[in-house]
Design a protein around this ligand. Structure first.
Ligand code: BGC
Length: 266
């Protein structure tokens, strides 16, 4: 099916919200103008506490929000959007593949609201990236079935159909060749195993061929920090669907979290 080019959805009115993205290495945050998906100032980042506990991660988020407030005094009464690497249903975390198990079952939204002292919306990190990429980034002109994959500590995935997100699409946990996909083809696995780009592209090829067979996407967008090196592996892939690098690179999670703060339903 040929992708149809059109604006996917109506952009929200100009408004600023804080977006926070909790990753395996960094917790990033910025004040985002959700009318155009651009950060007002630099994206700030603090190291993710190594224990990954709810209390420690929430403490780091609180420091980040204080830093962002200091630079943007007008933003203190706004909803904070938080992207976490977990299945999220009605604000409750339902998994924790790369987090402390203490997150599972926690009403993260209510907990963070009391820790941060303002309204909070919580969303899966890949869903946040997918929303941002299809609203403002590499998928903004594509209708149909768009699959956004984030390659980082794990593999995140978001499916967006005609601009609407199918939440909690966990394709990083798909089993391919007897292995969980993210245990073979995440960016961190590439680093840990010292894979060169040819070896890594061949792992991605195997995974993406399977995913393409199952979902026949009109467009696949590859995000995560590794997307900055996409010239090393994208040309080695052979798929029917177009595969392109994320437009917002590594800030898609922060931007999508802020977007979710305005329109959030998870
Ligand atoms: C988690 C997903 C998350 C992805 C990327 C996976 O291990 O299950 O929820 O989106 O990692 O962080």
């Amino acid at each position: 099916m040929a992708p149809v080019t059109a604006a996917v959805s109506t952009l929200p009115r100009r408004a600023f919200h804080i977006g926070i993205d909790v990753g395996g290495t960094w917790i990033k945050g910025a004040l985002i103008d959700v009318a155009n998906g651009t950060p007002a100032g630099a994206v700030r980042r603090l190291q993710t506490p190594s224990c990954g506990s709810v209390d420690a991660v929430a403490g780091t988020m609180a420091r980040l929000v204080t830093e962002l407030d200091a630079g943007n005094p007008g933003a203190t009464d706004h909803t904070v959007g938080v992207a976490i690497p977990s299945i999220v249903k009605q604000g409750v975390a339902r998994s924790a593949a790369n987090l402390h198990s203490g997150w599972i079952g926690l009403d993260v939204q209510s907990y963070l609201q009391s820790r941060l002292g303002r309204p909070v919306r919580v969303v899966n990190d890949a869903d946040a990236a997918g929303l941002a990429e299809t609203q403002y980034g590499a998928g903004a002109a594509t209708r149909g079935v768009v699959l956004v994959l984030t390659l980082g500590t794990g593999i995140g995935s978001a499916l967006i159909v005609d601009g609407r997100l199918v939440p909690n699409f966990e394709l990083g946990h798909l089993e391919v060749g007897g292995f969980k996909a993210e245990s073979r083809a995440s960016a961190v696995v590439r680093e840990n195993e010292g894979l060169d780009w040819v070896e890594y592209a061949s792992r991605l090829q195997r995974y993406l061929s399977h995913v393409e067979f199952l979902f026949s996407p009109d467009l696949i967008i590859i995000g995560g920090g590794i997307s900055a090196c996409s010239h090393e592996f994208l040309p080695r892939l052979s798929l029917r669907s177009p595969v392109i690098a994320a437009g917002l690179e590594n800030s898609a999670g922060v931007v999508g979290a802020a977007l979710q703060a305005t329109t959030g339903r998870t």
